[in-house]
Design a protein around this ligand. Structure first.
Ligand SMILES: [Fe+2]
Ligand SMILES: [Fe+2]
Length: 398
């Protein structure tokens, strides 16, 4: 049934109608949040990201940070597992310049696709009344894969700056030494993704508003464990799943090689996040603080699951046309490649949430309701190294 708001919406020109739809979705995100404390923590970032699209307005954004930089003048060896990760990270360093950049890449070459063609399904498009033909499909997949890699790049910049923050704020001295290697790793990831996008794909997208919200929320929160949870577990965990999806499905050899190296670094980063948080969450905070973190992780997971809809690609292709955001959203939801992408994103994340103690009986039913229960028993970061992860991905793809 049409509401009065729908009637007004329907007489607006296309681009205004889309803006209203975007704002209504933002309001819907707030309305669907269950925990008032999570809403309070995320609201300022959501206003900046969803209402004002701050990440898209200019080439630069300043985010105020107010955490304590923690020094220790005794330089203790206080965490053997973090020390072991530090040693492994030093041995695992690689140089992004040494990747085979001479490899010619044609993003429209059907024999060596960057990403699977079924990221956008032509039958689903037709069923939804969106006119796309077989010539549009590879161009659309070029857009979608450039969009995905652009979000990886922006996430990597978030990881670079957040890694610097958590290196300042972590209390373990072995964690600070380890953190220094992660800062280097993330710098290298920014370098290689940016180079691949600009030199090989020739296309780059703005940061997705939902990703902006999460990065803004964790950068500006003064609580060190929220930064760890947001970046090392949530963003890195989702990225690890997403990298795995593209590593398995791309046929382009340079991208595959690049992702293989990045995945091995990221596996260490998530492992570090689990080490830093496990004891703290189980023994270092009160029950209500633990509940708040549990709710925060769940809301962020949902924000990524439900809202990561490539609207930046929609705006490029369809803004101002008769194709609505809702039709586009359904196309993304119904395309098999995007369904696999969204599913794979959570394979690494949910087991780590369990491992650090944020998957209590209180929250499990919510994950189950959101269709994420199938990941409850997966392997957590300490149980699988980056090398094993790459081997498993190769094995599954064979
Ligand atoms: Fe990274
Ligand atoms: Fe990372």
């Amino acid at each position: 049934m049409n509401t009065p708001l729908d009637s007004i919406r329907n007489i607006l020109p296309g681009h205004l109608k889309n803006r209203v739809d975007g704002l209504m979705e933002a309001a819907d995100i707030f309305a669907s949040m269950k925990s008032p404390s999570v809403m309070r923590a995320i609201a300022p970032s959501a206003v900046r990201g969803l209402l004002f699209s701050v990440g898209k307005r200019s080439d630069t954004t300043d985010m105020p940070a107010a955490h304590a930089a923690h020094f220790n003048w005794a330089y203790p060896h206080d965490h053997p597992e973090m020390h072991a990760l530090y040693e492994r990270a030093k041995r695992g360093q690689w140089n992004g310049s040494d990747l085979p950049w001479h490899t010619p890449v044609d993003p429209l070459n059907p024999d060596l696709p960057i990403a699977p063609l079924d990221l956008i399904d032509l039958n689903a498009a037709t069923a939804l009344g969106i006119r796309l033909d077989s010539k549009d499909q590879p161009r659309m997949v070029h857009s979608m894969s450039s969009w995905m890699l652009s979000q990886f790049l922006h996430g990597e910049q978030g990881a670079l700056l957040a890694a610097a923050q958590v290196t300042e704020s972590v209390s373990f001295f072995d964690g600070k030494l380890y953190g220094s290697t992660q800062v280097m790793d993330e710098g290298r990831h920014v370098e290689v993704f940016h180079r691949y996008l600009t030199e090989k794909l020739g296309k780059m997208y703005h940061i997705n508003d939902n990703l902006f919200v999460i990065i803004d929320a964790l950068m500006t929160d003064s609580r060190w464990d929220l930064k760890f949870l947001g970046m090392q577990i949530m963003v890195e965990g989702l990225a690890l799943g997403a990298f795995g999806f593209l590593y398995q499905s791309t046929k382009e050899p340079l991208l595959k090689e690049l992702l293989k190296y990045v995945i091995q670094d990221e596996a260490r980063h998530v492992h570090y996040g689990v080490l830093a948080l496990k004891e703290h969450i189980n023994y270092g905070i009160s029950k209500s603080e633990r509940n708040e973190r549990e709710d925060w992780a769940y809301e962020v997971a949902l924000l990524m699951r439900n809202r990561f809809m490539a609207y930046e690609v929609y705006e490029e292709w369809f803004d101002g046309t008769s194709v609505s955001r809702d039709q586009w959203r359904q196309l993304i939801m119904n395309s098999p490649g995007m369904q696999r992408f969204r599913k794979t994103m959570f394979t690494r994340l949910v087991p780590n949430i369990r491992e650090i103690g944020l998957l209590s009986d209180r929250i499990r039913p919510h994950y189950e309701k959101a269709g994420l229960g199938i990941y409850f028993s997966g392997q957590a970061a300490p149980e699988v190294s980056g090398e094993q992860m790459v081997q498993e991905l190769d094995h599954e793809a064979a």
